[in-house]
Design a binder for this molecule. Structure first.
Ligand code: HGY
Ligand code: MN
Ligand code: MN
Length: 420
């Protein structure tokens, strides 16, 4: 007798996302859930309890990634499902979390149907996707493939001066070890990630689901400027080496450069600025700012980086200010696997769910995994295109649609007999 398909539960998805949102350092001011923080540990415990309740084998890797495995009939190359639960400061409740909840929901429905996967299915929660706790983005996914050494993990520090490595070891002690630490491409059939779109395209074109074609690359820098601290009243304008004035002209220069950049998906952001000593009656001797540049084409990102940094350099030379550019993290643009993409489209068609093929301006763990393993991403809409803010919202009906495609693609992948 053909087993009746179980549709992902909108209520359960909604309840679980809202429960996770309670694990937060800044209630009432958006969601702040730094990697390995107390709320992060509490959210992890909540998720592990659900996954253990589903009979999955759980644990934390030496890189701080959470893994929950649904054993297959044999250990043929497995399927990875995943995303992240760390948030930016004062961010939203859907970035990353939606993909983890959707992965759990898809497995729960397949289990309810009595489905037996041939290949093992691993749900992974990658640590430090945002990079806003330890200053380097996509750490967990990069490290899971050996792209970041343990030595580097020991050098990444949070605001309390604790290293990523020591925090990951503490985190692993709480939850125990998983079946594997490293993702091995030869043992992995595919990776699938459902994620909120974080822009307006799906909403504007009236789609509930997007299939991602390519993921933008990102370069992030901390740019430090040194001038001469001096008296704000007694120092004539022509004698000043004002670091904040240099910072201001640099930010205008960045805007001019990105406006001239010939690529629709090229963007540049100065998200944080600071100066020292920082008093009204002192000309600041020091100033620094973050610079985040993105593009979906590698060559465009290289051109953008060259133009940006030379523009900033010229401004500082003209002002006799000294400049230090420290690149903190990067992710190279990547086109996602054709085969997985057409499988996602085929499944969407089989389930009468119209989908829009589209690039991702945000970076994702999938970008790092896709360098080694056939990877696919499913997008669901962000209300008013808002993300990385407390207004971030995606309605559960759309998530359910995306989750249906995720679930049915897992079924197909976990039964297909060929590696690729
Ligand atoms: O910054 C990003 O694109 C992602 O949200 N970490
Ligand atoms: Mn994300
Ligand atoms: Mn994010």
């Amino acid at each position: 007798m053909k087993q009746k398909k179980v549709r992902p539960s909108k209520t359960r998805i909604e309840e679980r996302i809202s429960e996770i949102s309670t694990f937060n350092l800044t209630p009432g001011q958006g969601t702040t859930r730094p990697t390995f923080s107390e709320p992060y540990i509490a959210a992890s415990k909540y998720l592990f309890d659900i996954m253990e309740g589903l009979g999955l084998e759980t644990g934390v890797t030496c890189h701080g990634n959470m893994i929950a495995t649904w054993e297959g009939e044999n250990n043929q190359p497995g399927i990875l499902l995943g995303s992240h639960i760390d948030s930016v400061p004062h961010g939203g409740n859907y970035d990353g979390v939606t993909g983890v909840i959707a992965a759990i929901e898809a497995v729960q429905c397949l289990k309810k149907e009595g489905f037996k996967p041939l290949k093992p299915v691993h749900i992974i929660v990658f640590a430090e996707e945002e990079g806003t706790t330890f200053g380097h983005m996509l750490v967990g996914s990069k490290a899971s493939l050996g792209q970041i050494t343990q030595k580097k993990l020991a050098s990444l520090k949070n605001k309390e001066g604790k290293s990523y490595l020591e925090c990951a070891e503490k985190f692993q002690k709480i939850f125990g070890k998983p079946l594997f630490d490293y993702i091995r491409p030869e043992m992995t059939r595919a990776m699938l990630e459902l994620h909120v779109e974080q822009s307006v395209v799906l909403e504007e074109k009236n789609f509930q689901v997007g299939i991602v074609t390519e993921i933008a690359g990102a370069q992030e820098y901390i740019i430090s400027i040194k001038g001469l601290a001096n008296h704000a009243g007694a120092t004539p304008m022509k004698f000043r080496l004002d670091a904040v004035a240099g910072l201001g002209e640099a930010i205008v220069g960045i805007e001019k450069t990105i406006t001239k950049h010939k690529s629709p998906l090229g963007v540049a952001t100065v998200g944080s600025v600071s100066c020292f000593p920082g008093a009204a009656n002192i000309i600041a001797g020091e100033a620094s700012f973050s610079l985040d540049i993105r593009d979906v084409k590698k060559e465009n990102l290289e051109i953008l980086e060259r133009n940006m940094l030379s523009k900033i350099g010229k401004i500082m030379d003209k002002r006799n200010l000294s400049l230090e550019i420290n690149r903190t993290s990067s992710s190279i643009p990547i086109v996602l696997d054709e085969g997985i993409r057409s499988l996602l489209e085929e499944v969407a068609e089989d389930n009468n769910i119209p989908v829009l093929k589209m690039p991702s301006g945000a970076v994702h763990d999938s970008a790092e995994i896709a360098r080694f393993i056939p990877t696919g991403m499913i997008f669901v809409p962000s209300k008013n295109g808002r993300s990385h803010c407390s207004e971030e919202y995606t309605n559960a009906e759309d998530i359910t649609q995306g989750c249906t495609i995720l679930k049915e693609t897992i079924r197909k992948l976990s039964l297909d007999q060929i590696f690729k």
